[in-house]
Design a protein around this ligand. Sequence first.
Ligand code: ATP
Length: 348
Amino acid sequence: MISLHDLTKIFPGGVRALDGIDLTVADGEFFALLGPSGCGKTTLLRTIAGLETPTSGKISINDTDVTALPPGNRDLAMVFQDYAIFPHMDVTTNIAYPLRIKKVPRAQRTAKAAEVAARLSLTELLHRRPAELSGGQQQRVALARAIACHPAAFLFDEPLSNLDARLRLEARTFLKRLQRELAVTTVFVTHDQAEALALADRIAVMSHGRMVQVGTPTEIFHRPATTFVASFIGSTPMNLLPARLAGAALHVAGATLPAPAGLTPADHLTYGVRPEYMDLSLTERPDAFPGVISVLENLGTHTLVTLETPGTLIQLVVPEGDEPPIGTPAWAVPRRALIYRDQTLHTP
Ligand code: ATP
């Protein structure tokens, strides 16, 4: 278990990279830190690792306060973006390296390296040097080295980012299976929302050194707590449309929709609907957004349709082949929507 209490990091120049982070990562949990560049993900991971000293706050690992401990005494294994395996050592020596540092006898560490290598399908490659391995194999060696020392937790910083798209997908599935098998608490940094959704048990979405939302992939995807999270999550961004309350109705992009309870006309409202949660109609209806089809993008099994409405663009996804030609008047019918009040999810 990793517990962070009111963790703040202010760099010498005055940048507040972490701003009062409170978080508990459970035993065996696969936890993703997600957010745009500069939001503080790497700083948080490095602070947990002991490579950065927090300005204030506390870090505990398995109920031991490690805030003042050097990295080597925290019982953590890190795999960073550039996995930094040693080019002059073969695979066995690379995997066994942390055990050598811990002064484990040679025979024992070679046996351990072989055991971990077998688990990661590296047995055939034990005598090769990194230059003789593919990117994916090098990444597995880095993982094997992290696993060999049986840490209390893994810290991964974009460990898949050096791989090409196909290898990355394979490695993702592999990493998830491995983490399940080993059941080691893992904190994983990524800026790729699809990767976080696919891998994590829970995700923290960060912005400006704070955690805007912490939840399961399902919670984060279906109920983003703010418009920032809503626009960050999803392979096609959520449509976020300005809305106005009039009586019991909500006026949004030319449509009149029933308003949820608890709103006032003075509220600053945003209507959020994912492209996947709208249907296309070729006949007029008052509860749909009217427009003209202006762009069609092929997504393989589906087509992303852009509807040009007066004042805004609305995107929706239809099965491939169902898209009318560009220039067709059409109506986007929302099926499942969220209302944001002052950028924060409104729950009536
Ligand atoms: P990326 O995805 O680009 O790696 P990140 O979310 O990991 O971004 P951090 O690297 O944690 O972000 O940086 C958080 C903030 O702290 C940024 O504004 C960054 O410029 C600043 N920062 C990071 N390291 C230092 C440093 N050593 N000195 C001063 N400022 C720093």
